[in-house]
Design a protein. Structure first.
Lengths: 334, 295, 338
């Protein structure tokens, strides 16, 4: 039994134009001790998927499918049980630490208030644990930091604090939603290293959500790629990034400015990400896809299991190596 | 239905959103209706009032009846007529008040924001000073110093009201002065003043309009309050505040004070409904769009 | 760091007080006509020596800055001039009438805080529901109603007609005045253990206090609602829920602490408007406070009294705002740093 099993998850939200499906049949699995990446552009539904594991969906959300943590369906839990799960068994680190930390409560309290609620720890023990946690995330001057407030710290330090908060109750699963997006590139590496070290030391499972494939490359063991609320590709990170089987993944890679490009030209993905209001018929990516065929506009491709634990939701095989960009050049008329 | 105003000017996207959501609120509609009724009354009072407001012909202190729907006051004057005519005092004066305050306030505020330096300091100190007094108190002091009549009351209320607009305009100008739009315009050779005006005017209009609408109600309250204290309209003028004052002195004859006060309440309520709905429509935070964050 | 913050705020308050005094001085000198003529009446025309003597006595022959200096020094010794209607120093009048208004304003403040913040939070938590809509109308009504009219209607309906509340004045016929400690009958009666008088005093203060509070209740309800709503939309509230904290703890520690900050600033303004509102309300309730004193001064154009009251109220306002500013800094550590 996996640590986390998301089974056919669907999430619909009321929007200005009616109820829209923002997540449409997502299957995802996380084992203890592994880092699973969830990649996609904004609007792909990746954050919603993450929030749903904690039951933190916005007002009026409708859900379908199951989210099994340790075998129990999170979506079916009662409020009190859900509350016991949050912060204790499953923890989340949000994208922007500046807004996720309370500006008027001292760091020490923010680090341990849930610890005291969940585990009934005394104030003295909580304080000691807070110092320990700050040490874990390599934050200097722990004792002084406890009485300080969020605005005393830099962005990178705030994110370390947020991670420390998430770790306070020794969760089995950590969800990191774009943990480095709001930070400088120079700080990013430190945070990623920290996450990697922590999961190796504690054996917790990590869901790393980001749109940045370079980050995935470094940190994630396995990778899921989401587009328009569905998983379009999955597999071991190395395999997916070396030889992507879905045109969207391929396109994402080609749009990366850095990395090993083998002389391939930098290609932005034409068009705009599909919004929930304007989802194309058939395969949601087909309007922007260079391999699009007539049937792509009418049939929604299923996620097909391929060899080596991989899966992709595209009947077209983009595995042409360098020939692929030749094909693209021909498409664009030379 | 095309997205154009009656004058054929194409509505900008922001304005269009405003018209749609403002009118969807029942309070805005109610407020507008009541305000329109009062505006009509103010315009048509001589035609619709049963008698002359200062005519002392009937019996004194008559209770409301078919002949005198709101009774008569201590001098035998028809209260209904006086209430209707009172609209001709309070409402135009309120508009004039707000107009003056906006002009003075927005000008000073914009100047302070744009020029900065000593002018900014000076204007802001004066604003702080005015804000240091509760409005009715300062207005009371000013009128007492100048002499109690309607004109001085108006002046006093303008003195008390302009700082609000100054503050709003100034902060808007300040934030826009360093905006990228102005910087880009300057790079393109457009004088910063012109760029500022083009950027400022549409952005300032909204909040100032909201403030002005809400201040209309306050103006009526202040004006009637001053008259209640004997510092505004003088008898036999049918000003609502003065009428309530008379009603307070002749307590048993409740209609003398009740109806004029009710008039004040409905007028101010209408303006506040309107202003509140406008503020809701223009405030990005309360609009539904915020709920749909990028997820 | 906190003490430096307090010192800065205090300096600002003093500067403002100085400015306010200057304004009051200028206003008193704005009076058209010659104060000598106004005071001496007929004699002014006939007797130029008397006019000169008058001017000398009151320093009216000195240049304006000197007059201001004199005004300021007078003020610092507590001399606010002499009331024309009571023929006593304004200071004495204020001291006599002050406690009554304090009692009224403080009761109104308490009512406003409880109802305003409570209803506002309720409206925020039940956003867009029927309760929220109803409260919106109620709060708009509160800020729209002319206080002097509401006082009249309330007294007439609830006291005179329906006898739900006792009549005007501070005490009923049977209740003796309690020994004076604070000048506030409710407090004094409680201190003396005279519960019959306490009940009478309380009953008498409730209706005028509720009327007075109408405006501020409306204000606070709206303001609290938007403040709480804004806080509820913040990421740190979501983060608090994500930690599995019980809802009550989230509201108490995370939401209210952040929401109260802007609310506190409004409370300062609210108190000032309450104090100002006494001018419109006290006379109708025959409440012998500085409000009715100001009313009488206004109707008789007793200029020293008007200026004295205005100055007094403004200074109280500045003081209250100073306290509010300090509280602001205590609650929100970010403010201290700026």
């Amino acid at each position: 039994m996996s640590l986390l099993e998301i089974d056919g998850l669907a999430i619909a939200l009321p929007t200005r134009t009616g109820v829209r499906r923002l997540v449409d049949g997502v299957d995802l699995r996380v084992e203890a001790g592994e880092v699973v990446g969830l990649a996609g552009e904004s609007g792909s539904g990746k954050t919603l998927t993450a929030l749903s594991v904690l039951g933190l969906l916005p007002h009026g959300a409708q859900t379908g499918g199951q989210i099994r943590f340790d075998g129990r369906d999170v979506l079916a839990l009662r409020r009190r049980e859900l509350r016991r799960l949050r912060g204790a068994d499953v923890a989340i680190v949000f994208q922007d630490p500046t807004t996720a930390l309370h500006p008027m409560i001292d760091i020490g309290t923010q680090l341990t208030e849930h610890l005291r609620v969940h585990r009934g720890v005394s104030r003295k023990a909580a304080r000691a644990r807070a110092v320990e946690l700050l040490g874990l995330v390599r934050l200097p001057d722990s004792a002084q930091a406890l009485d300080a407030f969020a605005h005393h710290f830099s962005g990178g330090m705030k994110q370390r604090i947020a991670i420390a908060i998430a770790l306070a109750c020794e969760p089995r699963l950590l969800i990191a939603d774009e943990p480095t997006t709001a930070l400088d590139v120079t700080v990013q590496a430190g945070i990623l290293q920290l996450l990697d070290r922590l999961r190796r030391e504690t054996g917790m499972g990590v869901v790393l959500i980001t749109h940045d494939l370079a980050v995935m490359n470094v940190t994630a063991d396995r990778l899921y790629v989401m587009y328009a609320g569905r998983i379009v590709e999955e597999g071991a990170t190395r395999g997916v990034l070396d030889s992507p089987r879905h045109p969207y993944t391929r396109a994402l890679l080609d749009a990366l400015p850095e990395g090993d490009r083998h002389g391939r030209p930098l290609l932005p993905i034409p068009g705009e990400p599909a919004t929930p209001e304007a989802r194309p018929a058939g395969c949601p990516f087909h309007p922007r896809c260079v391999h699009a065929r007539p049937e792509c506009s009418s049939r929604v491709p299923e996620l097909v299991t391929l060899a080596g634990g991989r899966a992709a939701a595209c009947p077209v095989d983009p595995l042409r190596g360098d020939g692929w960009s030749v094909e693209l050049a021909r498409h664009r008329g030379g | 239905m095309s997205a154009h105003t009656a004058a054929g000017i194409p509505l900008t996207r922001r304005q269009r959103r405003l018209t749609r959501s403002a009118w969807r609120q029942p309070l805005a509609v109610i407020g507008l209706s009541i305000a329109s009724v009062w505006l009509a009354i103010a315009a048509l009072a001589p035609l619709i009032a049963p008698t002359d407001p200062i005519l002392q012909e009937s019996g004194r202190f008559l209770a409301p009846s078919a002949e005198h729907l709101m009774g008569t006051d201590g001098l035998g004057r028809d209260v209904l007529s006086r209430v209707l005519y009172g609209a001709r005092i309070s409402i135009p004066l309120a508009f004039m008040l707000v107009g003056l305050s906006v002009t003075v306030g927005a000008t000073l505020g914009a100047a302070a924001g744009y020029v900065g330096g000593w002018l900014d300091e000076a204007v802001m100190r004066v604003v702080d000073l005015v804000f240091a007094f509760p409005p009715i108190i300062l207005a009371m002091a000013v009128v007492a110093a100048l002499g109690p009549d309607l004109r001085n009351a108006v002046l006093a209320i303008v003195v008390v009201s302009w700082p609000s607009y100054a503050r709003v305009t100034r902060s808007l100008v300040l934030s826009l002065r360093s905006s990228e739009y102005v910087a880009a315009s300057r790079l393109l050779g457009v004088s910063s003043a012109r760029a500022l005006v083009r950027e400022v005017l549409p952005n300032v209009a909204g909040p100032v309009l909201v403030l002005a609408t809400l201040e209309l109600g306050n103006a009526v309250l202040l004006l009637s309050g001053l008259s209640f204290l004997g510092l505004g309209a003088v008898p036999p003028s049918p000003e609502w505040g003065a009428m309530v004052s008379e009603g307070a002195r002749t307590f048993n004859f409740w209609w003398i004070g009740a109806f004029p006060g009710l008039a004040i309440l409905t007028v101010v309520l209408a303006f506040n409904f309107l202003g509140d709905s406008l503020r809701d429509a223009l405030d990005p935070q309360t609009s539904r769009a915020v709920r749909e964050r990028a997820l | 760091m906190l003490s430096r913050f307090v010192a800065r705020r205090f300096a600002a308050a003093v500067a403002l007080a100085f400015g306010v005094v200057l304004v009051a001085f200028l206003l008193t000198n704005l009076v058209p006509g010659d104060p000598a003529a106004a005071n001496l009446g007929q004699r002014a025309i006939e007797d130029p020596d008397a006019v000169a003597a008058f001017r000398r006595q009151y320093g009216l022959d000195q240049p304006l800055p000197v007059q201001f200096g004199r005004y300021l020094t007078n003020l610092l010794t507590g001399d606010l001039g002499r009331s024309q209607q009571t023929n006593r120093p304004v200071r004495t009048d204020l001291a006599e009438f002050g406690p009554a208004s304090a009692e009224l304003a403080l009761t109104a403040t308490a009512i406003s805080l409880v109802l305003g913040i409570g209803l506002g939070t309720l409206a925020a938590v039940r956003r867009d529901g029927p309760i929220d809509q109803a409260l919106r109308v109620v709060s708009l009504g509160g800020v729209s109603v002319p206080l002097f009219w509401l006082a009249l209607i309330a007294l007439y309906l609830l006291s005179f007609r329906l006898s739900l509340f006792p009549g005007a004045g501070r005490l009923g016929p049977g209740a003796p005045r309690p020994p004076s400690v604070t000048g506030m009958y409710t407090v004094d009666a409680a201190l003396a253990g005279d519960w019959a008088t306490f009940r009478s005093a309380l009953g008498h203060v409730l209706l005028p206090a509720m009327v007075l509070a109408a405006y501020t209740i409306g204000l606070l309800t709206r303001f609290t609602r938007s403040s709480v709503l804004e806080v509820l939309g913040n990421d740190y509230v979501r983060a608090a829920h994500a930690k599995g904290l019980p809802v009550r703890l989230v509201v108490r520690r995370h939401v209210m602490r952040a929401a109260l900050v802007p609310i506190i600033t409004v409370v300062g303004t609210a108190f000032a408007s309450l104090l100002a509102g006494t001018v419109l309300v006290e006379q109708i309730f025959s409440w012998p406070g500085i409000g009715s004193y100001a009313y009488r001064s206004a109707t008789t154009l007793d200029l020293p009294a008007i200026m004295g009251v205005s100055l007094f109220v403004a200074l109280v306002y500045i003081f209250v705002n100073f306290v509010v500013d300090v509280l602001y800094g205590v609650i929100d550590p970010r403010i201290r740093a700026s």
